[in-house]
Design a protein around this ligand. Structure first.
Ligand code: HPA
Length: 241
């Protein structure tokens, strides 16, 4: 199994028929779904019943499990708020960098307890090939942007949102750090597809919340198209300093 998908809010259990399996890791358990007839494995970030809050997602177990299965390429999918007027609800944006404002979650495998210290380059956290392949399958040019990862589970204050926009953020969510960081630490090629579901606090006076099943279905279909096509498996990529 070379491919994995990690689905967030709105993508808790998107397959009608999937075999479930629990994997034990040194970092806790991960529940895997193997959708019937598909060449990829699926992990529901918040659990299939959406009970796991952002700071309790077993990020390390999830990434460890994927690596143990032999997965080398992963698509994350995240519901996000938008910091920019031009990226309204139902915009699909591909991450090309992140800013980390999380506070209370383990963000590394190399914590000195499980693994000795290592420093991983973070100059290209998101995989450009996976981004391009997704964009081609989606069938339209998609913006790239900077994901601001907050601690949550609360939403942000107006002042926080002004600050995040002023330092270069494009979208805000609560989960992509540490997911992307851990994926990089284990050498997985990782991309994160953002589905804008609202404007962040104070960005627009309009209170619009996406309920679009249409966009979600298009995102999944495009990922399926990429991962079901003839691809040559890629080797893990480890950038140690
Ligand atoms: N802020 C943080 N996380 C989010 C938001 C938001 O506005 N929308 C969806 N996830």
């Amino acid at each position: 199994m070379y491919y994995g998908i990690i689905g967030g809010t709105g993508f808790e259990a998107p397959f009608s028929s999937a075999e479930e399996k629990i994997m034990e890791t040194p970092y806790g358990e991960t529940k895997l779904l193997f959708p019937e007839g598909k060449p990829y494995v699926f992990v529901s970030r918040h659990g299939t019943d959406h009970t796991i809050p952002p700071h309790q997602v077993p990020y390390r177990a999830n990434i460890w499990t994927l690596r143990e299965l032999g997965v080398t390429e992963v698509y994350g999918i995240s519901a996000v708020g938008s910091l920019k007027k031009e990226y309204g609800p139902d915009t699909v944006l591909l991450c090309d960098d992140f800013l980390d404002f999380t506070k209370s979650r383990p963000t590394t495998f190399y914590d000195g307890d499980h693994e000795p210290a290592k420093h991983i380059a973070m100059d290209a956290p998101y995989d450009a090939t996976l981004n391009r392949d997704f964009e081609a399958a989606f069938g339209e040019p998609l913006p790239r942007g900077v994901y601001v990862s907050t601690e949550g589970p609360r939403f942000e204050s107006r002042a926080e949102i002004k600050f995040y926009a002023s330092i270069g953020g494009d979208v805000v969510g609560m989960t992509n750090v540490p997911e992307v960081v851990l994926a990089r630490e284990l050498g997985l090629h990782y991309a994160n597809i953002c589905h804008v579901v609202n404007y962040c606090t104070g960005v627009s006076e309009e209170m619009v919340i996406s309920k679009s099943e249409g966009v979600r279905a298009r995102i999944l279909k495009a990922i399926d198209q990429v991962l079901s096509s003839e691809r040559s498996p890629r080797k893990p990529r480890i950038d140690l300093l």
